[in-house]
Design a protein around this ligand. Structure first.
Ligand code: ADP
Ligand code: MG
Length: 470
């Protein structure tokens, strides 16, 4: 039930909204006619309650008529919150499919090429909609912030949008990690071309390509499928890595690809790796994919993250203090999608309360997101960095030597271990050559004292901390 409800929510509210607000929900238990859902922060709970309460009630009721009320509650912090910040205690009596790790659900399960059930043909209708409706209107060139990591891919995309099928730019192969703007650029190209008029553009994910291909085999309309694809001026296939291991679909794509290129049509492909690194794709396909222009999008830099945040806040007409934006750009370094998700939440918060958001409020509102982005430093890493920095052997971190030259760095490492990890004092003691927790306590108070008294020493410790955190 839960899975079905999640998919329906995703469809009804849209992927972005779902990710921002609803993805964090975990399932609680049912008691009589009441179902409990958990959210990790007060703000999220209140927001979901104010915005989605009736939707959730209605969906659950239609899924399980026994349920008349959906209760939203705060996640009970589990004892082991370090590993699973949003894990929820689940009562034994609940009969709903296990709410187990929601995070795993997102990873695409390998799909057996032959056994895909094509039951609803809604999917199919979707792909026959006019191009405009398949493109996300927010993904334009104007809304794309250009910086060092993406300027090359951006320039190539613009070039292809201006003059499709130019020699040297066909195919255009865009690659880079998740959430760095590949889909955004493809849609932007699509918009430009569609605006230019009489050019037919087809955009689809590699996954959809496969579904449509298989569906066409089932309904014995492969010829129509092929003809339709071969009649477009521009074909865009997103996330090509999906075709790894799907040999029949790959073969079909290869033929489509050749037919289009030979006929002078433009092909644009995105993937998470470069053609040569997409091992698992057939060699002849990889070779041809690399024949045009290959452009990579690198991980974001701090500067780019700041520019993106500023632009998005400005377009939402919300003032967010530079301090808060800097904080976000420092903390959320993975990709633009996550950065956007965090910012959207802040914007909603600012709108809700009608006042600028403070750094403290940011930390509260984004508690769960920030938690998942914390870098987990290990005690071993701390020991290594501190030994290197203080010029002692790493083995001295655990040795019995008491000379100041090794005892002091050891104390610093213990102090940092307490600050940067969630290990308890006894656990830390054990990692430092089975020392007692009182030794760790003593080390922490000694280092704290020194930090108070000696500003040069304080700076040194601060530097170490920064190195470990970045
Ligand atoms: P990918 O396809 O590479 O996984 P997307 O194109 O879906 O990534 O981008 C994820 C989100 O981040 C989208 O909402 C997109 O608009 C946004 N985004 C990515 N890069 C930029 C950028 N340079 N400027 C503005 N928004 C961006
Ligand atoms: Mg994408």
């Amino acid at each position: 039930h839960w899975d079905r409800i999640c998919s329906r929510l995703k469809i009804e509210v849209g992927e972005v909204e779902y990710r921002t607000w609803l993805q964090q929900i975990t399932l609680g238990g049912i008691e009589e006619d009441e179902l409990t859902l958990y959210l990790p922060t007060r703000f999220l709970r209140d927001w979901v309650r104010s915005q989605y309460n009736s939707k959730l009630n209605q969906l659950w009721n239609s899924e399980l008529s026994q349920i008349r009320r959906v209760e939203l509650a705060l996640t009970i912090p589990s004892a082991n919150s370090e590993d699973s910040p949003t894990k929820t205690e689940v009562t034994q009596e609940n009969h709903i499919a296990s709410p187990s790790n929601r995070a795993n659900k997102d990873s695409t399960q390998p799909i057996q090429e032959r056994s895909v059930p094509i039951t609803d043909n809604k999917e199919d209708e979707g792909s026959k909609l006019p191009l405009q409706t398949q493109l996300d209107p927010r993904f334009t060139f104007d809304n794309f912030i250009v910086g060092k990591p993406n300027e090359f891919a951006y320039a190539c995309s613009r070039r292809v949008a201006e003059r499709p099928s130019s020699p040297g730019f066909n195919p255009l192969f865009l690659y880079g990690g998740v959430g760095l703007g590949k889909t955004h650029l493809m849609h932007a190209i699509g918009f430009e071309l569609a605006q230019a008029g009489n050019i037919s553009v087809s955009y689809m994910s590699a996954e959809k390509f496969m579904y449509r291909f298989i569906a066409s085999i089932r309904s014995q309309s492969t010829i129509e499928f092929k003809e339709e694809l071969r009649s477009v001026d521009v074909l865009m296939i997103d996330d090509l890595q999906f075709l790894i291991g799907k040999d029949n679909t790959q073969e079909e794509f290869f033929h489509t690809f050749n037919a289009l290129i030979d006929a002078g049509r433009q092909i644009i492909v995105s993937a998470d790796k470069s053609p040569s690194d997409l091992s698992g794709l057939e060699d002849r396909l990889r070779t041809r994919l690399g024949c045009g222009m290959v452009a990579d999008i690198h991980a974001t830099t701090y500067e780019l993250r700041i520019s993106i945040l500023e632009a998005k806040a400005a377009s939402a007409k919300v003032v967010i203090s530079p301090k808060v934006l800097e904080f976000l750009a420092h903390k959320i370094t993975t990709n633009v999608r996550e950065l956007e998700g965090a910012l959207n939440r802040l914007i909603a918060h600012a709108n809700l309360f009608g006042r600028p958001i403070t750094l403290e409020a940011t930390q509260e509102v984004l508690h769960d997101i920030l938690k998942s982005h914390e870098r987990r430093v290990t005690i071993e890493e701390i020991q290594r960095k501190v030994s290197e920095h203080c010029n002692i052997r790493q083995t001295d971190m655990t040795s019995a030597r008491r000379a100041r030259a090794v005892a002091r760095p050891r104390q610093i490492a213990m102090y940092l271990a307490k600050q940067l990890t969630s290990r308890s004092l006894p656990e830390i003691g054990r990692k430092f050559g089975n020392r007692d927790h009182t030794t760790v306590m003593h080390a922490i108070s000694r280092i704290s004292e020194l930090i108070e008294k000696d500003s040069a020493f304080a700076e040194d410790v601060e530097l170490l901390r920064r190195m470990l955190e970045s």
